[in-house]
Ligand binder design. Structure first.
Ligand code: SF4
Length: 91
């Protein structure tokens, strides 16, 4: 079980995946399993056994992946531009 529920500590399982021009990461301690990200981009996001989103390197456009991140009610999806190194979302 996650011992950092409600805390600021990021789960060590937070995995950054590079998809096209973006690096995408789900902060598991923020994810509430609302699955909006999955609804927007099912090729990129899936809900795992702990009811948290995991990223799979499926094919999707950067625009749609960003839209999926923006759909997350807890802003658990972090998107970084690989070229500039800048965080694109959350702003
Ligand atoms: S939309 Fe956010 S809270 Fe919901 S499953 Fe995706 S990452 Fe988790």
């Amino acid at each position: 079980m996650d011992q950092h529920v409600g805390g600021q500590v990021q789960d060590s399982q937070d995995k950054e995946v590079t998809i096209g021009k973006y690096k995408v990461k789900v902060v598991r301690s923020l994810c509430i399993g609302a699955a909006s990200c999955v609804a927007v981009s099912p090729t990129t996001f899936q809900i795992d056994g702990e009811k948290k989103a995991v990223i799979q390197n499926g094919a999707d456009t950067p625009e749609n992946i960003l839209m999926a991140a923006q759909s997350c009610p807890t802003k658990a999806v972090i998107v970084t531009d690989t070229e500039t190194g800048k965080q694109v979302w959350p702003e």
